[in-house]
Write a protein that binds this ligand. Sequence first.
Ligand code: ADP
Ligand code: MG
Length: 139
Amino acid sequence: MTGNKTLAMIKPEAVAEGNIGAILDMMSKGGFKIKALKLLQLSEERAKAFYAVHAERPFYHDLVNYMISGPIIATVLEKDNAVQAFRDFIGATNPAEAAEGTIRAIYGRSLESNAVHGSDSDENAVIETEFHFSADEIV
Ligand code: ADP
Ligand code: MG
């Protein structure tokens, strides 16, 4: 049984470049229904907590500084098999390796600045959704 929701973020460089609308449009046209949405600025503490699973990785410090470098969009998306469907839709972590037509291939700028986040499991989709949204912010 796979879940039907995932947590996505539009990352700082994509917001700063003015690509919020284009990326949300791609998501909608890709069949992902928006169930929650907000623009927010992560604090260092919250960014560290969100990416705590990567705390021992060499890129963690830079990743946290990148994710707090400007506002982001957090959104809950609904589609059948949402987690895997959305990861297929955004493409590989490194935009240079992301399949043509994926969000990261189009809007990603580097391995770090790769435009979007997508949850990697149903369990993490729930954890990440609760990180960003209260129950009354999800329709
Ligand atoms: P994904 O976002 O595809 O699930 P990871 O969970 O492995 O990828 O990494 C989280 C984020 O950390 C990536 O989206 C990217 O922004 C950044 N990142 C991952 N690997 C590297 C790396 N080797 N160097 C710099 N940044 C990285
Ligand atoms: Mg990940």
